[in-house]
Design a protein around this ligand. Structure first.
Ligand code: CMC
Length: 393
Protein backbone atom coordinates (compact mmCIF):
# COMPACT_ATOMS: atom_id res chain seq x y z
CA UNK A 1 0.00 0.00 0.00
CA UNK A 2 3.06 2.24 -0.02
CA UNK A 3 1.91 4.40 -2.94
CA UNK A 4 -1.73 4.64 -1.94
CA UNK A 5 -2.87 7.81 -0.19
CA UNK A 6 -5.63 7.47 2.35
CA UNK A 7 -8.25 10.14 1.65
CA UNK A 8 -11.67 9.28 3.07
CA UNK A 9 -14.50 10.93 1.15
CA UNK A 10 -11.94 12.03 -1.49
CA UNK A 11 -11.67 15.35 0.34
CA UNK A 12 -8.25 16.03 -1.09
CA UNK A 13 -8.20 14.06 -4.33
CA UNK A 14 -8.30 15.88 -7.66
CA UNK A 15 -9.71 13.08 -9.78
CA UNK A 16 -10.22 15.09 -12.98
CA UNK A 17 -9.24 18.22 -14.83
CA UNK A 18 -12.33 20.19 -15.68
CA UNK A 19 -13.13 23.45 -17.49
CA UNK A 20 -16.73 23.61 -16.43
CA UNK A 21 -17.17 25.04 -12.94
CA UNK A 22 -15.02 27.22 -10.71
CA UNK A 23 -15.66 27.30 -6.97
CA UNK A 24 -13.78 29.43 -4.48
CA UNK A 25 -15.02 27.98 -1.22
CA UNK A 26 -13.14 30.46 0.97
CA UNK A 27 -14.78 33.46 -0.63
CA UNK A 28 -18.10 31.94 -1.63
CA UNK A 29 -17.66 32.29 -5.40
CA UNK A 30 -19.29 30.09 -8.05
CA UNK A 31 -18.87 30.45 -11.81
CA UNK A 32 -20.06 28.33 -14.72
CA UNK A 33 -17.56 28.42 -17.60
CA UNK A 34 -16.25 31.67 -16.11
CA UNK A 35 -19.62 33.41 -15.74
CA UNK A 36 -20.63 34.42 -12.19
CA UNK A 37 -23.70 32.57 -11.04
CA UNK A 38 -25.35 35.87 -10.05
CA UNK A 39 -25.27 37.15 -13.64
CA UNK A 40 -26.63 33.92 -15.10
CA UNK A 41 -29.37 33.85 -12.53
CA UNK A 42 -30.43 37.36 -13.37
CA UNK A 43 -30.11 37.32 -17.15
CA UNK A 44 -30.08 33.79 -18.51
CA UNK A 45 -32.66 31.03 -18.68
CA UNK A 46 -32.24 27.35 -17.93
CA UNK A 47 -31.80 26.09 -21.48
CA UNK A 48 -29.27 28.80 -22.30
CA UNK A 49 -27.32 28.01 -19.10
CA UNK A 50 -27.48 24.32 -19.99
CA UNK A 51 -26.06 25.10 -23.43
CA UNK A 52 -23.26 27.09 -21.78
CA UNK A 53 -22.42 24.22 -19.44
CA UNK A 54 -22.58 21.49 -22.05
CA UNK A 55 -20.92 23.23 -25.02
CA UNK A 56 -18.64 25.68 -23.23
CA UNK A 57 -19.89 29.07 -24.48
CA UNK A 58 -23.02 31.14 -24.40
CA UNK A 59 -24.95 30.37 -27.60
CA UNK A 60 -25.72 32.71 -30.46
CA UNK A 61 -29.43 33.24 -31.14
CA UNK A 62 -29.31 30.56 -33.86
CA UNK A 63 -27.50 28.03 -31.68
CA UNK A 64 -29.94 28.62 -28.84
CA UNK A 65 -33.02 28.25 -31.06
CA UNK A 66 -31.66 25.06 -32.54
CA UNK A 67 -30.79 23.60 -29.10
CA UNK A 68 -34.23 24.51 -27.75
CA UNK A 69 -35.91 22.93 -30.76
CA UNK A 70 -33.85 19.75 -30.47
CA UNK A 71 -34.95 19.42 -26.86
CA UNK A 72 -38.65 20.19 -27.32
CA UNK A 73 -38.75 17.68 -30.20
CA UNK A 74 -38.09 14.93 -27.65
CA UNK A 75 -40.29 15.92 -24.69
CA UNK A 76 -42.86 13.14 -25.13
CA UNK A 77 -42.24 9.79 -23.51
CA UNK A 78 -42.87 6.66 -25.51
CA UNK A 79 -46.45 5.63 -24.78
CA UNK A 80 -45.13 2.18 -23.84
CA UNK A 81 -43.50 3.86 -20.86
CA UNK A 82 -46.77 5.04 -19.34
CA UNK A 83 -47.71 1.70 -17.74
CA UNK A 84 -44.39 1.81 -15.86
CA UNK A 85 -45.75 4.63 -13.73
CA UNK A 86 -48.94 2.72 -12.90
CA UNK A 87 -46.86 -0.21 -11.67
CA UNK A 88 -45.23 1.71 -8.81
CA UNK A 89 -46.98 1.95 -5.45
CA UNK A 90 -48.87 5.24 -5.04
CA UNK A 91 -46.59 6.33 -2.24
CA UNK A 92 -43.35 5.50 -4.07
CA UNK A 93 -40.69 8.15 -3.60
CA UNK A 94 -40.50 10.07 -6.90
CA UNK A 95 -36.67 9.94 -6.84
CA UNK A 96 -36.94 6.15 -7.16
CA UNK A 97 -39.32 6.57 -10.09
CA UNK A 98 -37.07 9.20 -11.67
CA UNK A 99 -33.98 7.02 -11.56
CA UNK A 100 -35.91 3.92 -12.67
CA UNK A 101 -37.52 5.94 -15.48
CA UNK A 102 -34.16 7.29 -16.62
CA UNK A 103 -32.67 3.82 -16.66
CA UNK A 104 -35.75 2.45 -18.44
CA UNK A 105 -35.47 5.16 -21.08
CA UNK A 106 -32.30 3.52 -22.34
CA UNK A 107 -34.33 0.42 -23.29
CA UNK A 108 -36.13 2.43 -25.98
CA UNK A 109 -33.04 3.87 -27.63
CA UNK A 110 -30.61 0.99 -27.64
CA UNK A 111 -29.22 1.80 -31.06
CA UNK A 112 -28.49 5.42 -30.19
CA UNK A 113 -26.52 5.42 -26.97
CA UNK A 114 -23.00 4.41 -27.89
CA UNK A 115 -20.60 6.70 -25.96
CA UNK A 116 -18.10 6.53 -28.83
CA UNK A 117 -20.60 7.85 -31.42
CA UNK A 118 -20.84 11.68 -31.42
CA UNK A 119 -24.44 11.69 -32.72
CA UNK A 120 -25.53 9.21 -30.04
CA UNK A 121 -24.02 11.44 -27.37
CA UNK A 122 -25.83 14.43 -28.86
CA UNK A 123 -29.26 12.81 -29.11
CA UNK A 124 -28.94 11.26 -25.64
CA UNK A 125 -28.30 14.81 -24.38
CA UNK A 126 -31.53 16.06 -26.00
CA UNK A 127 -33.55 13.09 -24.79
CA UNK A 128 -32.43 13.39 -21.19
CA UNK A 129 -32.98 17.17 -21.07
CA UNK A 130 -36.38 16.77 -22.73
CA UNK A 131 -37.80 13.73 -21.00
CA UNK A 132 -36.67 14.00 -17.39
CA UNK A 133 -39.22 16.73 -16.55
CA UNK A 134 -41.94 14.60 -18.13
CA UNK A 135 -40.93 11.57 -16.05
CA UNK A 136 -40.82 13.75 -12.91
CA UNK A 137 -44.28 15.24 -13.53
CA UNK A 138 -45.79 11.83 -14.39
CA UNK A 139 -44.38 10.42 -11.15
CA UNK A 140 -46.13 13.22 -9.24
CA UNK A 141 -49.44 12.83 -11.09
CA UNK A 142 -49.34 9.11 -10.40
CA UNK A 143 -48.84 9.76 -6.67
CA UNK A 144 -51.95 11.95 -6.47
CA UNK A 145 -54.05 9.83 -8.83
CA UNK A 146 -54.52 12.51 -11.50
CA UNK A 147 -54.28 12.00 -15.26
CA UNK A 148 -50.87 12.57 -16.79
CA UNK A 149 -50.48 15.95 -18.45
CA UNK A 150 -48.45 15.88 -21.65
CA UNK A 151 -45.68 18.39 -22.31
CA UNK A 152 -46.43 21.67 -24.06
CA UNK A 153 -43.68 22.57 -26.45
CA UNK A 154 -44.82 26.19 -26.79
CA UNK A 155 -43.79 26.74 -23.17
CA UNK A 156 -40.25 27.18 -21.92
CA UNK A 157 -38.62 24.57 -19.69
CA UNK A 158 -39.79 25.78 -16.26
CA UNK A 159 -43.26 26.84 -17.42
CA UNK A 160 -43.80 23.51 -19.19
CA UNK A 161 -42.81 21.66 -16.04
CA UNK A 162 -45.21 23.69 -13.88
CA UNK A 163 -47.94 23.02 -16.43
CA UNK A 164 -47.34 19.25 -16.41
CA UNK A 165 -47.36 19.31 -12.61
CA UNK A 166 -50.34 21.50 -11.87
CA UNK A 167 -52.70 21.51 -14.86
CA UNK A 168 -55.69 19.18 -14.83
CA UNK A 169 -57.52 18.26 -18.04
CA UNK A 170 -60.87 19.72 -16.99
CA UNK A 171 -59.59 23.14 -15.95
CA UNK A 172 -57.79 25.99 -17.67
CA UNK A 173 -54.31 26.54 -16.23
CA UNK A 174 -52.20 29.63 -16.70
CA UNK A 175 -48.56 29.42 -15.69
CA UNK A 176 -47.71 32.29 -13.35
CA UNK A 177 -44.67 34.00 -14.95
CA UNK A 178 -43.25 34.95 -11.55
CA UNK A 179 -43.31 31.31 -10.50
CA UNK A 180 -41.74 30.21 -13.77
CA UNK A 181 -39.00 32.81 -13.22
CA UNK A 182 -38.39 31.68 -9.64
CA UNK A 183 -38.19 28.05 -10.76
CA UNK A 184 -35.82 29.05 -13.57
CA UNK A 185 -33.53 30.73 -11.03
CA UNK A 186 -33.54 27.62 -8.86
CA UNK A 187 -32.78 25.37 -11.82
CA UNK A 188 -29.87 27.60 -12.87
CA UNK A 189 -28.48 27.67 -9.32
CA UNK A 190 -28.57 23.87 -9.12
CA UNK A 191 -27.28 23.28 -12.65
CA UNK A 192 -23.67 22.40 -11.88
CA UNK A 193 -21.29 22.12 -8.95
CA UNK A 194 -18.15 20.30 -10.11
CA UNK A 195 -17.16 16.98 -8.50
CA UNK A 196 -19.91 16.57 -5.89
CA UNK A 197 -21.17 13.12 -4.92
CA UNK A 198 -23.74 12.67 -7.71
CA UNK A 199 -21.54 14.17 -10.43
CA UNK A 200 -18.61 12.00 -9.39
CA UNK A 201 -21.01 9.05 -9.54
CA UNK A 202 -22.08 9.97 -13.07
CA UNK A 203 -18.42 10.17 -14.07
CA UNK A 204 -17.48 6.94 -12.31
CA UNK A 205 -20.30 4.98 -13.93
CA UNK A 206 -19.61 6.65 -17.29
CA UNK A 207 -15.90 5.85 -17.02
CA UNK A 208 -16.75 2.20 -17.65
CA UNK A 209 -18.29 3.40 -20.95
CA UNK A 210 -21.80 2.84 -19.66
CA UNK A 211 -24.32 4.91 -21.63
CA UNK A 212 -25.51 8.36 -20.57
CA UNK A 213 -28.92 7.15 -19.35
CA UNK A 214 -27.34 4.56 -17.07
CA UNK A 215 -24.82 7.11 -15.76
CA UNK A 216 -27.43 9.80 -15.06
CA UNK A 217 -29.74 7.28 -13.41
CA UNK A 218 -26.90 6.43 -11.00
CA UNK A 219 -26.37 10.14 -10.38
CA UNK A 220 -30.04 10.53 -9.41
CA UNK A 221 -29.67 7.78 -6.82
CA UNK A 222 -26.55 9.42 -5.39
CA UNK A 223 -28.36 12.75 -5.20
CA UNK A 224 -31.28 11.21 -3.32
CA UNK A 225 -29.37 10.83 -0.03
CA UNK A 226 -30.09 13.28 2.81
CA UNK A 227 -26.50 14.53 2.92
CA UNK A 228 -26.78 15.59 -0.73
CA UNK A 229 -29.91 16.52 -2.75
CA UNK A 230 -32.23 14.91 -0.21
CA UNK A 231 -31.25 17.65 2.26
CA UNK A 232 -33.88 20.10 0.95
CA UNK A 233 -36.62 17.66 1.95
CA UNK A 234 -34.97 17.08 5.35
CA UNK A 235 -34.67 20.81 6.00
CA UNK A 236 -38.40 21.34 5.71
CA UNK A 237 -39.09 18.24 7.81
CA UNK A 238 -36.72 19.65 10.44
CA UNK A 239 -38.42 23.07 10.35
CA UNK A 240 -41.80 21.37 10.80
CA UNK A 241 -40.34 19.46 13.74
CA UNK A 242 -39.25 22.76 15.31
CA UNK A 243 -42.66 24.34 14.65
CA UNK A 244 -44.40 21.38 16.25
CA UNK A 245 -42.09 21.69 19.26
CA UNK A 246 -43.46 25.22 19.74
CA UNK A 247 -40.88 26.94 17.57
CA UNK A 248 -37.97 26.67 20.00
CA UNK A 249 -34.79 26.44 17.92
CA UNK A 250 -32.32 26.15 20.80
CA UNK A 251 -33.03 22.49 21.46
CA UNK A 252 -32.25 21.63 17.85
CA UNK A 253 -29.08 23.71 17.82
CA UNK A 254 -28.01 21.92 20.99
CA UNK A 255 -28.64 18.52 19.42
CA UNK A 256 -26.71 19.48 16.27
CA UNK A 257 -23.71 20.34 18.45
CA UNK A 258 -23.80 17.16 20.52
CA UNK A 259 -21.15 14.74 19.19
CA UNK A 260 -23.14 11.79 20.56
CA UNK A 261 -26.30 12.77 18.70
CA UNK A 262 -26.33 11.93 14.98
CA UNK A 263 -28.69 14.88 14.32
CA UNK A 264 -27.23 17.58 12.09
CA UNK A 265 -28.59 20.95 11.18
CA UNK A 266 -29.88 20.10 7.72
CA UNK A 267 -29.04 22.64 5.01
CA UNK A 268 -25.93 23.71 6.90
CA UNK A 269 -22.29 23.04 6.13
CA UNK A 270 -20.45 22.17 2.95
CA UNK A 271 -17.32 20.30 1.95
CA UNK A 272 -16.05 23.17 -0.19
CA UNK A 273 -17.75 26.36 1.03
CA UNK A 274 -16.27 27.69 4.22
CA UNK A 275 -18.27 30.84 3.73
CA UNK A 276 -21.89 31.67 2.87
CA UNK A 277 -22.93 29.51 -0.10
CA UNK A 278 -23.49 32.06 -2.91
CA UNK A 279 -26.48 30.05 -4.09
CA UNK A 280 -28.13 30.20 -0.67
CA UNK A 281 -27.80 33.98 -0.67
CA UNK A 282 -29.85 34.29 -3.87
CA UNK A 283 -32.29 31.56 -2.88
CA UNK A 284 -33.06 33.27 0.42
CA UNK A 285 -34.18 36.40 -1.46
CA UNK A 286 -36.21 34.34 -3.91
CA UNK A 287 -37.85 32.48 -1.02
CA UNK A 288 -38.81 35.80 0.55
CA UNK A 289 -40.33 37.01 -2.75
CA UNK A 290 -42.19 33.80 -3.60
CA UNK A 291 -43.57 33.23 -0.10
CA UNK A 292 -44.76 36.84 0.11
CA UNK A 293 -46.52 36.56 -3.23
CA UNK A 294 -48.09 33.13 -2.85
CA UNK A 295 -48.72 32.69 0.84
CA UNK A 296 -48.16 36.07 2.43
CA UNK A 297 -45.97 34.44 5.06
CA UNK A 298 -44.79 31.04 6.21
CA UNK A 299 -43.96 30.33 9.86
CA UNK A 300 -41.32 27.85 8.64
CA UNK A 301 -39.50 30.67 6.85
CA UNK A 302 -39.46 32.68 10.08
CA UNK A 303 -38.06 29.65 11.94
CA UNK A 304 -35.41 29.11 9.26
CA UNK A 305 -34.21 32.69 9.51
CA UNK A 306 -34.06 32.49 13.28
CA UNK A 307 -32.17 29.22 13.06
CA UNK A 308 -29.70 30.76 10.66
CA UNK A 309 -29.10 33.76 12.87
CA UNK A 310 -28.64 31.63 15.99
CA UNK A 311 -26.24 29.27 14.25
CA UNK A 312 -24.17 32.03 12.67
CA UNK A 313 -23.63 33.51 16.12
CA UNK A 314 -22.81 30.22 17.81
CA UNK A 315 -19.17 29.27 18.41
CA UNK A 316 -19.68 25.68 17.29
CA UNK A 317 -20.84 26.76 13.80
CA UNK A 318 -18.44 29.71 13.59
CA UNK A 319 -15.38 27.57 14.44
CA UNK A 320 -16.32 24.91 11.91
CA UNK A 321 -17.31 27.54 9.37
CA UNK A 322 -20.75 26.07 8.82
CA UNK A 323 -23.08 28.31 6.79
CA UNK A 324 -26.44 27.76 5.10
CA UNK A 325 -26.03 25.82 1.86
CA UNK A 326 -28.13 25.64 -1.31
CA UNK A 327 -30.67 23.34 0.36
CA UNK A 328 -31.47 25.54 3.36
CA UNK A 329 -34.09 27.81 1.76
CA UNK A 330 -34.93 26.05 -1.53
CA UNK A 331 -37.47 23.65 0.01
CA UNK A 332 -39.46 26.60 1.33
CA UNK A 333 -39.86 27.91 -2.22
CA UNK A 334 -41.05 24.52 -3.46
CA UNK A 335 -43.41 24.40 -0.51
CA UNK A 336 -44.88 27.81 -1.36
CA UNK A 337 -45.33 26.62 -4.95
CA UNK A 338 -47.43 23.73 -3.68
CA UNK A 339 -44.96 20.96 -4.47
CA UNK A 340 -45.15 17.95 -2.15
CA UNK A 341 -42.11 17.46 0.04
CA UNK A 342 -40.77 14.32 -1.64
CA UNK A 343 -40.60 16.20 -4.96
CA UNK A 344 -37.95 18.62 -3.64
CA UNK A 345 -34.97 16.36 -4.44
CA UNK A 346 -36.53 15.71 -7.85
CA UNK A 347 -36.37 19.43 -8.56
CA UNK A 348 -32.70 19.36 -7.58
CA UNK A 349 -32.16 16.50 -10.03
CA UNK A 350 -33.83 18.38 -12.90
CA UNK A 351 -31.60 21.33 -12.18
CA UNK A 352 -28.40 19.28 -11.91
CA UNK A 353 -29.05 17.40 -15.15
CA UNK A 354 -27.10 19.70 -17.54
CA UNK A 355 -24.16 19.58 -15.12
CA UNK A 356 -24.14 15.79 -15.14
CA UNK A 357 -24.36 15.76 -18.92
CA UNK A 358 -21.61 18.36 -19.32
CA UNK A 359 -19.31 16.42 -16.98
CA UNK A 360 -20.08 13.09 -18.62
CA UNK A 361 -19.31 14.57 -22.04
CA UNK A 362 -16.14 16.27 -20.83
CA UNK A 363 -14.95 12.95 -19.39
CA UNK A 364 -15.93 11.05 -22.51
CA UNK A 365 -13.96 13.46 -24.72
CA UNK A 366 -10.90 13.57 -22.45
CA UNK A 367 -7.88 11.67 -23.81
CA UNK A 368 -6.72 11.16 -20.19
CA UNK A 369 -9.96 9.41 -19.33
CA UNK A 370 -9.67 5.91 -17.99
CA UNK A 371 -11.89 3.76 -15.87
CA UNK A 372 -12.43 5.17 -12.38
CA UNK A 373 -10.93 2.74 -9.91
CA UNK A 374 -9.97 4.02 -6.46
CA UNK A 375 -7.54 2.02 -4.34
CA UNK A 376 -7.85 1.03 -0.70
CA UNK A 377 -5.85 0.48 2.46
CA UNK A 378 -6.52 -3.14 3.41
CA UNK A 379 -7.17 -3.51 7.15
CA UNK A 380 -8.48 -7.10 7.25
CA UNK A 381 -6.91 -10.36 8.38
CA UNK A 382 -3.57 -11.59 7.10
CA UNK A 383 -3.71 -14.97 5.36
CA UNK A 384 -5.76 -17.56 7.24
CA UNK A 385 -6.19 -21.29 6.82
CA UNK A 386 -9.71 -22.49 5.91
CA UNK A 387 -11.38 -24.50 8.70
CA UNK A 388 -14.19 -26.98 8.24
CA UNK A 389 -17.50 -26.02 9.90
CA UNK A 390 -17.13 -28.65 12.66
CA UNK A 391 -13.74 -27.17 13.64
CA UNK A 392 -15.16 -23.65 14.20
CA UNK A 393 -16.15 -22.46 17.63
N1 CMC B 1 -24.74 20.32 11.68
C1 CMC B 1 -23.92 20.13 12.73
N2 CMC B 1 -22.61 19.88 12.61
C2 CMC B 1 -22.09 19.80 11.38
C3 CMC B 1 -22.89 19.99 10.24
C4 CMC B 1 -24.25 20.25 10.41
N3 CMC B 1 -25.06 20.43 9.37
N4 CMC B 1 -22.11 19.85 9.14
C5 CMC B 1 -20.87 19.59 9.58
N5 CMC B 1 -20.85 19.57 10.93
C6 CMC B 1 -19.67 19.38 11.79
C7 CMC B 1 -19.26 17.94 11.85
O1 CMC B 1 -19.88 17.25 12.90
C8 CMC B 1 -17.76 18.06 12.04
O2 CMC B 1 -17.53 18.42 13.38
P1 CMC B 1 -16.23 17.83 14.16
O3 CMC B 1 -15.05 18.41 13.44
O4 CMC B 1 -16.38 18.31 15.56
O5 CMC B 1 -16.30 16.33 14.04
C9 CMC B 1 -17.40 19.27 11.22
O6 CMC B 1 -18.59 20.08 11.17
C10 CMC B 1 -16.95 18.95 9.79
O7 CMC B 1 -17.99 18.16 9.17
P2 CMC B 1 -17.74 16.96 8.16
O8 CMC B 1 -18.84 15.98 8.33
O9 CMC B 1 -16.33 16.49 8.26
O10 CMC B 1 -17.90 17.73 6.78
P3 CMC B 1 -18.07 17.07 5.36
O11 CMC B 1 -17.39 17.97 4.41
O12 CMC B 1 -17.68 15.64 5.38
O13 CMC B 1 -19.67 17.12 5.15
C11 CMC B 1 -21.84 17.89 4.62
C12 CMC B 1 -20.32 18.09 4.41
C13 CMC B 1 -22.57 18.85 3.68
C14 CMC B 1 -22.22 16.44 4.27
C15 CMC B 1 -22.19 18.21 6.10
O14 CMC B 1 -21.92 19.56 6.38
C16 CMC B 1 -23.66 17.87 6.44
O15 CMC B 1 -23.96 16.74 6.79
N6 CMC B 1 -24.59 18.87 6.32
C17 CMC B 1 -26.00 18.59 6.52
C18 CMC B 1 -26.60 18.01 5.26
C19 CMC B 1 -26.72 19.00 4.14
O16 CMC B 1 -27.18 20.12 4.34
N7 CMC B 1 -26.35 18.59 2.92
C20 CMC B 1 -26.45 19.42 1.72
C21 CMC B 1 -25.09 19.81 1.23
S1 CMC B 1 -25.09 21.16 0.01
C22 CMC B 1 -25.87 20.61 -1.42
C23 CMC B 1 -25.62 19.22 -1.79
O17 CMC B 1 -24.50 18.76 -1.92
O18 CMC B 1 -26.62 18.53 -2.03
Amino acid sequence: TGLVTYDPGYGNTGSVKSEITFIDGENGILRYRGYPIEQLCERSDFIETSYLLIYGDLPTREQLDSFRESITYHTLLREDMKPFFDAFPRDAHPMAILSAGTSAMSTFYQNQQDPTEPWDVEVSTYRLMAKLPTVAAFAYKRSIGQPYIYPRNDLKFAANFLHMMFAVPAEPYEVDPDLARALTELLILHAEHEQNCSTSTVRLVGSSQANMFASVSAGINALWGPLHGGANQRVVEMLKGIRDADGDTSDFIQRAKDPDDPFRLMGFGHRVYKNYDPRARIIKDTADRVIRKLAGSDPLFEIAQELEETALNDDYFVERRLYPNVDFYSGLIYRAMGLPIDMYPVLFALGRLPGWIAQWREMNADPDNRIGRPRQIYTGHPEREYRGIEERT
